[in-house]
Design a protein around this ligand. Structure first.
Ligand code: PLP
Length: 358
């Protein structure tokens, strides 16, 4: 959160205007600031990241029942956004960097396939060039779930420059937040207007309604939070980097652990610090021992979205070997800009003590 005075200063004007939602001044200002920050021409703000993704997919007008190739190693939102658009998710396995394995995508393509929805999971960039090539060859759309990747650069461009559309989440738990919020990064004015229309009930003008839209507008209090937080983002990035480096220094000599972060990210946001244990048992023991010390690490993403209870065993026979392997062994350690060194040391000590016992 920003210093409270900064936030109060920002929202004071709302008591003059009484304009607190429906594309107000702060909403429009944040849109412009994020376009500059991200190097994008068309950023459309939304009420949250999930609706950004749901509307991004809806804007493509795919026929109901079409298939979308995606990763199961993600937050359920990615899968739900596909299903809530009456499309069929087709789950593809992942690589060691935890992103979708582009070499397995073509085997999953059928006549019904219309799109690929990959995720830059933990901010690890997907093989965007490889995915683009496959999409071109088979005439598929690519919509990136970049919820974890805000502020990152990849191969000389902002991460949201890739795909037909990219979305971000600005949820309170993300590296940059507007309390709740999200954005769709569009390639052209037509897409930008389409998403605008969908986030506002499909209302073009007072008497002209042209789409079955939703209500996915960002309100002014969220936009105010975003305007305050964007000023602190680079400073946060530096502080997070220091925490990540401290973790790495203290954990790098442990053989039972690998790091889940891609080391060659051009410009990381240091949003997450995932570690992969040698066995599921070790992961679970560390998780439990941290919990006993009142430290909340997350088994993130476990279970896979293909394996949540709702689906029963619908997808249990799919070849998702690597995804299941990592899902069983991954643990995301606590990470925030002001995490004190002594707390990092305490967390690492619990990890080390647990590993020594097993
Ligand atoms: C957080 C998240 C979302 C959804 O964003 P919300 O802002 O929480 O709606 C979607 N995909 C991924 C990978 C996420 O982590």
């Amino acid at each position: 959160m920003p210093p409270i005075e900064e936030y109060i200063d920002m929202i004071k004007q709302l008591w003059d205007s009484h304009w607190i939602t429906n594309m107000g001044t702060l909403h429009n200002q944040l849109e412009k600031e994020l376009e500059t920050f991200l190097g994008e021409n068309y950023v459309q703000l939304t009420v949250n990241g999930h609706m950004a993704l749901e509307l991004a997919i809806q804007s493509m007008n795919f026929a109901a029942g079409s298939e979308v190739i995606t990763t199961p190693f993600t937050f359920v939102s990615t899968t739900y956004a596909i299903i809530r658009n009456r499309l069929e998710p087709v789950f593809c396995d992942i690589k060691e960097d935890l992103t979708i394995d582009e070499s397995k995508i073509e085997d999953l393509i059928t006549e019904k396939t219309v799109a690929i929805v990959p995720v830059h999971v933990y901010g690890n960039p997907c093989n965007v060039e490889g995915i683009e090539e496959i999409a071109k060859r088979h005439n598929l759309k690519v919509i990136y779930d970049a919820a974890h990747a805000f502020g990152e650069c990849h191969h000389g461009k902002g991460i949201s420059a890739y795909g037909d559309l990219s979305i971000f989440s600005f949820h309170a738990t993300k590296v940059y937040n507007t309390i709740e919020g999200g954005a769709v990064c569009c390639r052209n004015e037509e897409q930008y207007k389409k998403i605008y229309n969908l986030k506002n009930f499909g209302i073009q003008s007072e008497e002209l309604v042209t789409d079955i839209g939703s209500n996915a507008k960002m309100n002014e209090f969220s936009a105010a939070m975003g305007l305050c937080n964007i000023k602190h983002f680079e400073n946060e990035r530096v502080k997070r980097k220091q925490v990540v480096e401290k973790y790495k220094r203290l954990l790098c000599d442990l053989e039972q652990i690998a790091f889940g972060i891609n080391e060659d990210i051009e410009k990381s946001n240091y949003a997450y610090f995932p570690v992969i244990f040698e066995t599921e048992e070790l992961r679970n023991k560390v998780y439990e021992n941290l919990a006993k010390g009142n430290i909340r690490a997350r088994k993130y993403f476990y279970p896979l979205t293909s394996d949540v209870a709702y689906f029963g065993d619908k997808y249990s026979k799919m070849d998702l070997k690597r995804a299941r392997y990592y899902s069983d062994r991954i643990l995301v350690l606590p990470l925030y800009a002001d995490l004190p060194n002594v707390d990092v040391e305490r967390i690492v000590l619990i990890v080390k003590e647990t590993l020594q016992k097993y």
